[in-house]
Design a protein around this ligand. Structure first.
Ligand code: UDP
Length: 238
């Protein structure tokens, strides 16, 4: 499958049309997203690491009944994916309080939550992706019926159960993550975008070390080394 015109240039990846109208190529770049435009960065090879990690995690989820947009990983940085209409809601699931939750609500950093918390954020860079409630989702017509919000919530929780257990077995605590969904040509809601250390937080269970993009944001060291460690744990004996 060949790349045609560029559909969209994002912070961390580009999306290309292909000769099949229902398929796109997602090309991962080396740019890392962080708090905002001032704290941008790039490290050679992180695009390939994120592509590989997301490929592995999407395969794990697919094999456990979560439908995703991934058709095939073409090479180190390119994936063939189903073309979807992205739902403009970022679904965040949290197991431990940190980041914006502690800032917004004063919950103690590092507190293990009594249940997985699901939050919706508006996918809108100009507005800085504000947190929204279900009524906002309906008001802004982000979905056309309320059941779809329940579906997003349940999928978020299912993904959390699968990933949390998978990472625990590999010595990593899944603190929180963000996922995005899209509607495919058959009208089905499927997991889209990526799951990677750029969109999840992982803390080492033994040392507490942060092996995710906070590593880069808080200048804790070489982010590529942290991402390589995550990939190593994911692959295990593979
Ligand atoms: N997240 C993301 N993209 C965003 C905002 C958040 O991937 O635009 C992820 C982030 O990596 C973390 C989770 O969503 O795993 C919760 O992020 P939070 O709301 O704490 O915001 P942050 O502190 O990351 O700005």
């Amino acid at each position: 499958m060949e790349k045609r015109e560029l559909l969209y240039e994002g912070k961390a990846k580009n999306l290309w049309f292909t000769d099949d109208e229902n398929m796109l190529i997602a090309e991962y770049k080396d740019d890392l997203t962080a708090f905002n435009a001032e704290k941008k960065g790039s490290e050679q090879g992180t695009g390939a690491l994120i592509c590989k990690i997301s490929t592995e995690l999407f395969a794990l989820l697919e094999s456990n009944g979560v439908k995703t947009h991934l058709i095939e990983t073409l090479d180190d940085t390119n994936q063939l994916v189903k073309k979807v209409d992205i739902i403009a809601i970022e679904v965040v699931v949290r197991n431990t309080a940190t980041g914006s939750l502690t800032k917004r609500l004063g919950v103690e950093d590092g507190k293990v939550l009594p249940f997985p918390l699901v939050e919706f954020y508006l996918k809108d860079d100009d507005l800085d992706d504000p947190i929204i409630c279900e009524d906002h989702c309906m008001l802004l017509e982000l979905v056309d019926d309320h059941d779809k919000l329940d579906f997003l919530r349940q999928k978020g929780l299912q993904i959390n159960r699968l990933l949390k257990e998978f990472f625990e077995q590999r010595g990593l605590n899944l603190i929180d993550f963000k996922v995005e969904f899209g509607i495919d040509s058959e009208g089905e809601i499927i997991l889209s975008d990526e799951i990677s250390p750029d969109s999840c937080r992982f803390w080492d269970i033994d040392s507490g070390e942060k092996l995710d993009k906070d590593h880069f944001r808080q200048n804790l060291g070489n982010v590529k080394v942290a991402y390589e460690e995550i990939l190593k744990r994911i692959l295990g004996d593979k």
